[in-house]
Design a protein around this ligand. Structure first.
Ligand code: ARG
Length: 462
């Protein structure tokens, strides 16, 4: 007889190549703590319902706890011939405690077991990711508060557009990561569903108590359809999507920092502890962390494409293809957590270069819109004002001057309604102060935004 758990039906033993091809224990052993937790809850329930004896349940629970200790100590021997984490643990249990161990799989299939394990694992990971987003949000707030009134050129099309506050810029990323946090918490509701008791497809024919297992494992609800429960991996796709978006936000911030640390921009000083040097050019201080984050974004997006592609052609219900859900998921969790930590650390040491940023604001006619708006306030139609200021800008470009460097007479030559008070609009600080619309860059608005964000963040952790 084959030594496989499912060997009863087989005469020939599995080809060694096939064993290596179909095994998942080399990676799904990461689910071991959750597998054991799930099995303990299942065994307790079986005993409560009189499906196995109390004595057997006690042996199973002790046996599983011993196995857990061995795994934690690195003393457990994983065997690919036993395919996956579930069968490795079950086989070890049966070896240790005999017949009682062989009763554990009553009223359960690996199909509902693996779905339960992955959900328990992902609940744990989602909570960690949520916490790490909280950390980066604090780091962004810290930046906004510490360098509140530093001005910088706001860019559109990577061209100078309008002056903004450094704090306003940092709070823009705060909003992006705030939504990421909300998305993870929303996805959590759909992860937090207990599939055990669905059996392999149709439910089980023992008097199980699914509600008991749900409470025991800390799930909030029960899956409503056994076929859906064993075939659904939406929750994995959704989590990887949420993570992809976190990565996209990290990547955009990384791109800013790489550009801004360059000699051409020279807007920021990156902390030395987050940079590396060159093996040949002694002067180099390279922004490797944001570069690697930018590249790792590609990995996570790849994980998303993998999971969606794995799912797209699957007939109802469980198919072995689903075993391939784990590596993209594990990779996503490891990557997104690491990248959030690295970016948070980098933000704590990031220094915006105040003078340089101010210098940069003086190039590119950042306040042209303000002059147009000023004329509109004097009664000129916006399109006309736009054209007049366009002419003034072209004049400045020829003369090598900025708008605020023109004399009042020069300015008046473009429109008689331009008066001395136009300088309140066309200086950098004047321009910023005028942007008082809700969500704008005027200091009073940014102060408001910081206050709201701080209160929101406090509410999140309580
Ligand atoms: N290792 C399998 C997986 O990850 C466990 C479920 C196996 N079920 C089965 N019917 N062969 O999906």
């Amino acid at each position: 007889m084959s030594q496989k758990i499912w060997g009863g039906r087989f005469n020939d033993s599995t080809d060694e190549l096939v064993e290596r091809f179909t095994e998942s224990v080399s990676f799904d052993k990461a689910l071991a703590p959750f597998d054991i937790k799930g099995s303990i809850a299942h065994a307790k329930m079986l005993a409560r319902q009189g499906i196995i004896s109390d004595e057997d349940a006690r042996k199973i629970i002790n046996g599983l706890e011993n196995i857990k200790q061995k795994i934690d100590a690195g003393e457990f021997e994983w065997d690919i011939r036993l395919e996956d984490v579930h069968m490795n643990i079950e086989a070890a249990l049966s070896k240790d405690i005999g017949d009682a161990g062989r009763r554990l799989h009553t009223a359960r299939s690996r199909n509902d077991q693996v779905a339960t394990d992955v959900r328990l694992y992902l609940k744990h990971e989602a909570i960690e990711v949520d916490g790490l987003i909280g950390e980066i949000l604090y780091a962004l707030l810290e930046q906004a508060k510490k360098y509140k009134d530093i001005v910088m050129p706001g860019l559109t099309h990577l061209q100078h557009a309008q002056p903004v506050l450094w704090s306003h810029y940092m709070m823009a990323y705060f909003e992006q990561f705030r939504r990421d946090k909300e998305r993870i918490l929303d996805a959590f509701k759909r992860i937090d569903v207990m599939p055990l008791g669905s059996g392999s497809i149709a439910g089980v024919d023992f008097p199980v108590d699914r509600d008991f297992v749900m409470k025991e494992l800390g799930f909030s609800s029960l899956s409503r359809n056994s076929m859906d429960a064993v075939s659904d991996r939406d929750f994995i796709a959704e989590f990887i999507f949420c993570s992809s978006l976190i990565m996209v936000h990290l990547s955009r911030l990384s791109e800013d920092l790489v550009l801004w640390a360059s000699q051409e921009f020279d807007f920021v000083e990156l902390p030395e502890s987050y940079c590396t040097g060159s093996s040949i050019m002694p002067q180099k201080k390279n922004p490797d962390c944001p570069e690697i984050i930018r590249a790792k974004t590609g990995r996570v997006i790849g994980d998303l494409v993998s999971i969606l592609t794995i799912l797209k052609g699957l007939p109802m219900t469980y198919n072995r293809d689903l075993q391939e859900d784990k590596e993209p998921l594990f990779d996503t969790c490891t990557t997104v957590k690491m990248c959030l930590k690295v970016m948070t650390g980098l933000l704590h040491g990031l220094i915006p270069k105040k003078e340089r940023l101010m210098e940069a604001c003086k190039k590119g006619f950042l306040t042209a819109t303000d002059l147009a708006d000023y004329l509109v306030e004097k009664g000129v139609a916006f399109r006309t004002a736009h054209e007049i200021v366009g002419r003034a800008v072209s004049y400045c470009a020829r003369e090598g001057k900025e708008l605020w460097e023109l004399s009042i007479d020069e300015l008046r030559s473009f429109h008689p309604l331009i008066g001395e008070d136009c300088f309140d609009a066309i200086t950098i600080s004047g321009s910023i102060n005028r942007r008082r619309s809700k969500g704008g860059t005027a200091l009073e608005q940014v102060n408001q935004a910081i206050k709201e964000a701080e209160e929101w963040l406090k509410g999140q952790s309580s």
